[in-house]
Write a protein that binds this ligand. Sequence first.
Ligand SMILES: [Zn+2]
Length: 174
Amino acid sequence: MALRICSAYRTMSTDAVLVIAGLIPVHLAAEKKRELYVKAEINDEVKKQQRQGTYQKWQEEWDTSDNRKLIHNVEDWTSRKHGDVDYYITQFLSGHGVFMDFLHRIKKIPNGNCMYCDEIDDAEHTLFCCPRWENGRSALLSKTSEIWGKVGAFMKEIIIEKVKDEKARNAEVS
Ligand SMILES: [Zn+2]
């Protein structure tokens, strides 16, 4: 199911597929169910603690995985509100795809060097470093700066408003 959600290559390891697809591993889900079963009362607080515990264990397991490439924080990634993954994005997130280093490791080609430059070609090289994609990368970064500007303006608005509120609160107290 996870393979289908993120259109992953079958060569991907289970832990990586589950993180990318955002599916809690079965052994952790089972543990969560068992813990809830023995609890006398199940309220929102219990559920919240449970969720935190599950994510903590999932993160600990992920931290020891060799597949921890572009996704570092499991909870941030799996609870994001937007951004579906598809066949192409999954290749970058997993490193399993049209990357020479990967194709070399599965013995499809004789070496892992980039087709366009002489570096070792993996997902990070392709996305962040390879000169072949420099134009697209710069275009993307210039768009990011628009968003950055908006985020900065919002931060300014928040700070100005908070300073005002803080002063008002202090005036009330004194
Ligand atoms: Zn390259």
